[in-house]
Design a protein around this ligand. Structure first.
Ligand code: CTP
Length: 414
């Protein structure tokens, strides 16, 4: 179990950090809460002490004999700051050490996750953006704030992501060797400055106002890719078709329903993407007509459903990808098959024109749902790599690493 430092900045979202603390504790981690002095105006030390079971101080003048301003950071496996205010980001970026939290940040060599929360104007201010970029360049994960209701009646970008989503990201970072190495060496994360565009879930094709043709996709694999990409420092957009999972922290989620909706959004977003991963289960066909009113039985024979073909999003993305020099854009497709066949998968890769195609079996406890999967990854140069059965998160890490390697090496040959 990990030794976690939960830093708390002086923002109204400090109350949500109580929930984050509980999630860490319930998972068996030991957590030392280090608020800034002003953060104690929002949530007091007794609350943090009771929930963490550890003493809480905000300045460097308590328990001096233990040298906490050095020891806490040195011993930590993860520092997560939620909420990170504009002022705290500025002090951290400048390397100040005027309270226990900023001193801890200077001695920590473990991964550091900042979850900024503030008003939209403060977040978008060039000074704050510059500070976030400085911290990212040193290997920190600076999570994009969520969009929604802010302190008052206003809403916009600046909300602290859901504590559950922050916890999932923290767990991901704790398991991720790449994040640790970047933090230790003070260099940026592998996908810092890169945009990753993902599709997830299953499209629905309406028959009438109450019925649709759909599939069993839950979106879990795409969401695992989103967490993996955020932990690698990427700017992540997720196009989600009918997914009921909570949004991952730091991810821009665009919700769609049908294949045609997804086609339009993916092609619009693709222009600025470095890596595109199509995990969505897209309906190949849709009903030719959608009835305006509920289709009735009326004692007659069941009405036939006439279908027409949907656009092939992956093939269109590959066709229309922007050429941006030798490294270009890397596109990854999926082939969910009940009877996986290597030759058929190779033909599909060639037909779609993606750089990688991940073949996985669906059915028999694999594929849709929360369980582990086993994959074969084909590349456009003819390479075939087997990935043994493991969790969706671990699979996402491996395939993202393969995609990033192609990005860096500029080896795209389609
Ligand atoms: N895909 C897509 N648009 C479609 C159908 C599929 O972008 N209209 C994408 C999927 O997201 C996946 C890949 O193409 O990444 C392969 O999907 P799959 O259903 O296996 O292939 P199909 O083209 O539908 O071929 P078939 O059903 O004949 O196996």
């Amino acid at each position: 179990m990990a030794r976690v430092i939960l830093g708390v900045g002086a923002g109204i979202a400090a109350y949500k950090a109580c929930e984050l603390l509980r999630l860490f504790k319930e998972s068996g981690h030991s957590v030392r809460v280090v608020p800034t002095p002003d953060a104690l105006r929002f949530v007091g030390a007794p609350t943090w002490e009771a929930l963490s079971g550890e003493p809480v101080t905000a300045d460097v003048w308590s328990g001096v004999a233990d040298v906490p301003h050095v020891k806490l950071g040195q011993a930590a496996d993860l520092v997560i700051i939620a909420p990170a205010t504009a002022d705290l980001l500025a002090r951290a970026a400048a390397g100040r050490s005027d309270d226990l939290l900023t001193a801890t940040l200077l001695t920590a060599r473990c991964p550091v996750v900042y979850a900024p929360a503030m008003h939209t104007e403060m977040w978008e201010h060039p000074a704050t953006q510059h500070n976030a970029a400085t911290l990212r360049a040193r290997g920190a994960v600076v999570v994009e704030p969520a969009v929604g209701r802010l302190t008052g009646k206003d809403s916009g970008k600046g909300r602290l992501p859901d504590p559950g989503a922050l916890f999932e990201l923290a767990e991901k970072v704790l398991r991720d060797g790449g994040t640790s190495a970047a933090a230790r060496d003070g260099r940026s994360l592998p996908l810092a400055g890169r945009k990753v565009l993902l599709s997830a879930g299953g499209t629905r094709e309406e028959l009438d106002p109450v019925r649709f043709l759909g599939n069993w996709s839950t979106g879990r694999q795409g969401y695992a890719f989103a967490r993996s990409a955020v932990a690698q420092g990427a700017d992540v957009t997720l196009v989600a078709a009918n997914v009921e999972l909570p949004s991952p922290a730091g991810v821009t989620v665009i919700r769609v329903v049908s294949a045609r909706d997804m086609h339009a959004v993916m092609l619009a977003e693709a222009a600025s993407a470095d890596v595109i991963i199509m995990t969505a289960a897209v309906a190949d066909f849709r009903p030719v007509t959608r009835a305006d009113a509920k289709i009735k039985k009326d004692g007659a024979l069941p009405p036939p459903i006439e279908l027409t073909e949907n656009p092939d999003i992956l093939a269109d993305l590959a066709r229309r990808r922007t050429e941006r020099g030798p490294a270009g854009q890397v596109i990854v497709g999926f082939a969910a098959e009940t009877d996986p066949d290597l030759d058929a998968a190779k033909a599909k890769l060639a037909r779609k024109g993606s750089d990688l195609l991940v073949m996985n079996q669906v059915g028999d406890g694999q594929g849709f749902g929360p369980g582990d999967n086993e994959w074969v990854v084909l590349d456009s140069a003819g390479g075939v790599t087997g990935i043994p059965r493991r969790s969706k998160d671990a699979l996402a890490d491996e395939v993202l690493a393969m995609a990033s390697a192609r990005l860096g090496a500029g080896s795209r040959d389609s």
